[in-house]
Write a protein that binds this ligand. Sequence first.
Ligand SMILES: [Zn+2]
Length: 126
Amino acid sequence: MASVDLELTTFVTRKGATGILLQGFKFRKDHQTSVSINWRCCNPKCKARCKTDIEMKQITSQPSEHNHPKCDSRELDLNDVRSACKRKAVDQPTARASKIICTENKRFQNITIKDMHSIANSKEPS
Ligand SMILES: [Zn+2]
C-alpha cells in the first residue's frame, strides 16, 4: 500500500497562481520561505491559514478555522470536470459528451444541470 495520501489537491487560479484544495476549502499562496509555503483561504473575509512544506506534499500546519461553509468548490469542480471530459474524449472519441459528463458528475455532486449543459456546449466539435 502506498503511504497515506494527503487530502491536498493543487489547482491553478484564473490568474495563474497556484492554489490548493484542502478539506473542501481553497487556499491560495500567501508567501513562501525556503522550507515552507504559507497559504491563506481564498475567501477574503476568512482568516484561515495553513502551511505546507515547500513541495506541497505535507501539511506542516493544519488550517485554522474558517468562518464560512465550504461552498466555493463548485467552480473548482467544474474545472476538474472539464479536464476530465477532455481526457475522456481523447480516450473514447465516440463517447457522447453528455455521457462522459454524467459519469464524471457522480464525482462532482455540486454541479448543476445548467453547468453540465455549458460544459457540453463548450466541448462540441467546431
Ligand atoms: Zn476560509
